[in-house]
Design a protein around this ligand. Structure first.
Ligand code: PMP
Ligand code: GLU
Length: 439
């Protein structure tokens, strides 16, 4: 299991403000920092970026790291990333790449050898045909997704996003001046959008639908039949692009093979598949993702990337190539560990009174409904919202989680269980204790 080097985990620089920051003065420091941002940014920062919400997953993780740096024993269940080290054969390929002088600019869409390896992976594992020319390697799946949105969404175009959804989807659409159209799903429907809901959300302005299975933040996985139901609705609208975020593909506990939306004949020529090595191969820091898309979209993404970032790290590309072409048993080993932890976290969460949990079939998140605790008090302190609850858990239980409102569904919190069994046990004990104190 990996020891994460905390000092390398910088996200937002609050250093000037957190030197003296202890839990007692924590709120004040953040308030001062936000005030500074409001005054300063009003003068210098574009409307586009001012309208953007900061990533709550990264912000909570950053807060947790800051408290840890002050010697507070925080268990971080906020950020979602595998806690395993990158497998040795992948690291060795990166070392070799350096020795063999893969140190020059790489082609904008990625080395052809990597795009061929991805094309073969898509055919072997997902039964879909994308030529290497239809694949563009990006700086993580996040970048690839943003590229596809920027390349396809015009001002005013609607993008349907079933929620809860990963924090960055809505913001990326807004960045493209599109309109995120959220469709609410709850725990009672296992957080899966139904064909009826999808049909009702489609309008003449719909440009794209963005789906994620297994889902972040809920861990829900659509069955083939459920996907079929959605595909039947989408078949009625051939002008709508389907963006399928498949980054958690391999973290699947259903016992069934993964079904990619790209494999449905009805959607041929209008699915952009987003994936990468971060989750399956424990490579979050290497920053390699890709989009596999219809040729015109792949070309547009490449053009955009050519002006904004160029080809991504040559060394990381060689490592990713080794991931796709090398032995795959590491993927299954990690999947098994996550499944065991899923069972543990579900069992422990189910013992906590009034916490409603479903059994996630994939990814490494639990998304309990916490509304029974909202409106309660800890002494004078009111826990009015899920964000208050997440902050209370951080400050009183020293467990970092992410509030459901960050994923467009207030009344929930997200727990990432990509951590050791001991951490899971201790975190759930602390959460149970802190919740029991609310009156
Ligand atoms: N999609 C989802 C749903 C995610 O949770 C993540 C992880 N942050 C990503 C895409 C992006 O992954 P990465 O950029 O690390 O490849
Ligand atoms: N996918 C992770 C999460 O949701 C990584 C952080 C991020 O990029 O949002 O926590």
């Amino acid at each position: 299991m990996a020891e994460k080097p905390e000092e390398h985990r910088s996200t937002i620089d609050r250093s000037a403000f957190n030197i003296y920051c202890r839990i007692g003065s924590y709120k004040f420091c953040n308030f001062a920092y936000d005030l500074y941002l409001i005054i300063y940014m009003k003068q210098t920062i574009s409307n586009r970026v001012q309208a953007l919400a900061a990533s709550q997953t990264l912000a909570m993780s950053q807060k947790s790291s800051e408290l840890k740096a002050q010697g507070i024993d925080v268990i971080n269940l906020s950020v979602g990333e595998p806690d395993f080290n990158t497998p040795d054969h992948i690291k060795a390929a990166a070392v070799r790449a350096i020795e063999e002088n893969y140190t020059f600019y790489s082609p904008v869409p990625g080395y052809m050898s990597l795009r061929k390896a991805i094309s073969e992976k898509l055919s072997r594992e997902n039964g879909i045909t994308f030529a290497p020319e239809q694949i563009v390697v990006g700086n993580g799946a996040k970048h690839s997704l943003c590229n596809v949105i920027m390349a396809t969404v015009n001002a005013g175009d609607e993008v349907i996003i079933p929620v809860p959804a990963w924090v960055s989807y809505m913001e990326m659409v807004k960045l493209a001046e599109g309109v995120p159209v959220t469709v609410a799903t709850g725990i009672e429907q296992d957080f899966k959008v139904t064909p009826e809901q999808l049909r009702a959300a489609l309008t003449p302005r719909t440009r794209a639908v963005l789906l994620c299975s297994p889902s972040n933040p809920t861990g829900s996985v659509y069955t083939r039949a459920e996907l079929h139901g959605l595909v039947d609705v989408l078949a009625e609208r051939p002008d709508v692009l389907v963006i399928s975020d498949e980054i958690y593909e391999h973290i699947n506990y259903t016992g069934e093979p993964y079904v990619s939306l790209g494999s449905f004949a009805e959607l041929e020529g209008r699915v952009a598949v987003i994936n990468g090595v971060s989750k399956a191969y424990a490579m979050t820091g290497w920053r390699i993702g890709y989009c596999a898309a219809p040729t015109d979209i792949a070309k547009a993404v490449s053009k955009l990337q050519g002006q904004m970032t160029s080809g991504v790290s040559s060394i990381a590309q060689k490592a990713a190539e080794a991931a796709y072409t090398g032995p795959q048993d590491c993927v299954e080993e990690m999947r098994r560990a996550f499944e065991r932890r899923r069972d543990l976290v579900v069992a422990l969460a189910s013992e906590i009174p009034d916490l409603k949990v479903n059994k996630p079939e994939g990814a490494f998140y639990l998304y309990p409904e916490v509304s029974a605790y909202l409106g309660k008090h800890f002494g004078e302190r009111e826990i009015a919202t899920d964000s208050d609850l997440a902050m209370y858990l951080l400050e009183e239980a020293h467990v970092a989680t992410v509030a459901g409102s960050a994923f467009c569904t207030p009344g929930y919190i997200r727990l990432s269980y990509a951590t050791s069994d001991d951490n899971i046990r201790e975190a759930m004990r602390r959460i149970a204790e802190a919740l029991a104190k609310l009156k």
